[in-house]
Write a protein that binds this ligand. Sequence first.
Ligand code: MN
Length: 731
Amino acid sequence: MPATTLLTKIDSYLGEDRADFVRRALEFATEAHAGQSRLSGEPYVEHPIATAEFLAERRMDATTLVAALLHDVIEDCDVTREQIEEQFGDDVAKLVDGVTKMNSMDVLTRGDRANTTAFTINGDSELDERAARQAASMRKMLVAMAEDVRVVLIKLADRLHNMRTLDAHVPERRVAIARETLEIYAPLAHRLGAWDLKWRLEDEAFRYLQPREYRSVYRLINRKRAEREEYTERVMKILQDALDEHDIQAEVYGRPKHLYSIYQKMQRYAEQGRQFNDIQDLTALRVLVSTEEECYRVLWIAHSLWRPVPGQFDDYIASPKQNMYQSIHTSVMCEENAPVEVQIRTRRMHDLAENGVASHWAYKEEGDPNADDDFEQRMSWLRQLLDWQRELEGDSEYLDTVRTDILRDQVYVYTPMGEIKELPSGSTPLDFAYRVHTDLGHDTVDASVNGQPVPLNTALKNGDTVEIRKSRAPRGPSMDWLNPDLGYLVTASAREKVRAWFRRQRREENVQRGRDLLRRQIRHLRSTTPEEEIATNLGFESAEELAEALGSGTMQPGEVVRGMVDITGETPELQPEAADEGLRDGVVVLGLDQMVTRLARCCSPVYGDSIIGYRTRERGVTIHLQTCPNLRARDEPERLIEVAWGHSATRYPSRLQIDAWDRVGLLRDLTAVVSQEKANIHRIHSSEQQAYGRSTVELTVYTSGVDQLTRLCARLEAVPGVQSVQRQGAG
Ligand code: MN
């Protein structure tokens, strides 16, 4: 009997009635899947059984287990929703329905019908279509999940079992499934506080996505295993003895570490130039006790046995993390003077930490009155999924929003009324305003954080209180808010709301606004490519169409540079190997190694411009813009030589002219922007025309190339009072 483990497990914690309910579902599933087998050859029913078993180990309620057993019958066995409802009730039917909706995206995991290519390649219409289908089903899944979290718990357990039997698929599909697991499912598990699931999913995905790295971490863990285990046993015993002496009933474990988290730790160490020590870094202890008070007594005992490592202590019991996590973490200088991490928590906290929302249902079914503690508030992000369902039209916009706004690390900030809002880290007061209400976002004038006025693109920190001031009359968003270089909006949901606002404006207004943006960009970079040609190069029918795209926010001004043929020259990415040799001032001279080169002063080309070399009599090769008038005037084609930008940290000078209304602090603000960009100012000169109150500032800056120059111009132009920024030619 393949389901023995499941049956033993349910009998251990479900009442007789509920256990019978699960048994009935097991019979139903076995019958429905009779004769079907998986790619790996085993009977199909083993898959739903394994899925249910995983959930039973987390003591999930019977309804969830029944739905897990039946999760594939609608799709694969011609069973209808009505039949399930009739036999197992409405709750089960809803859950199965939810999981089935999510299944449609699983063409990938389900076998042999679709073709075998990976799904994240651009430019192929069939693949695009598949990506669109995937976004649509993903949206359905997220909405189904928001209605009942148990749907996604079943789905995650289903995915974990599929990951474990992935070897039956062709390699391309394995990688596609693994990537989706790492990008969507593991972060979802993380958000649900289901660490155990998260780590398992990550380790499985890691194995397929980075097999070489996986094997090397695996080998590392096995190396000196005996020695390490001996050490762990020894320190566990010392701690256990001390606890016994103090009459504390506790379980002490050597904590297993997950391969993927070890790999990430090794990478962090490598970046910091530190050495990974396989004994110290792979040893960790966990102590489980009954009460909070005992946690603190254990802490005291651990600290009196071994000296604590300064700065390595966190009390998540007194101040729990928002995602439900409670525990005490400390590091001590253990035996042989090795730092060892110790985690201390109650068994209940442990259960919550390992299983997250799953244990919420387990406690609820057992009638624990504390089960609903804070649960609603902690899960408020689920409601967000439903709000967006109403607000966002496109499926891929919806998916992007979930990716950036929900699956990333979060900060928690307060409204002036003390209500908590949860936003992805890096979010600004403007993101906050849009999260509170779309209209509040559109009409935001300024903001203060903890009582201090701040720019709208300030990054918020945990615990900040944010207050938004709105205009009296509706005024609509600014186009600048969409420019990623200016950093006003981090959340995809807010960006989409701004774009939607502009899409609703009159076409002529958008075209006009777009033309202004286009001309501004041409001015910034001093491009000589005609507007119509830029439009054609970018795949638009006309300059007007390009202007409309810019003016409605579907395209960003920064992207225009790709259509300027005189600006986009050879890019270094095409020849990364050329970095070391034959390189002077970041310029590679094709065909002529070791040539001395320098940048022409007349046209000051910057990294990324289309350039040409001019062979001088004594001083090697001078690099000019291809459009440099000085060069054209010479008419000595035999001296011209083809050159390309190399890969180096060289900086390029550009002269910028800034026209502004004169005011106190203008120069300070301009130089602050340049230094924030980490560009260097070589020369600055300003002249005031007192009669008009205008000021002209000339600035020579060193940037790393066209990309940085574009960004810098946009930021300078956003400084209050600035009218225009213009790159200058030969002086
Ligand atoms: Mn399945």
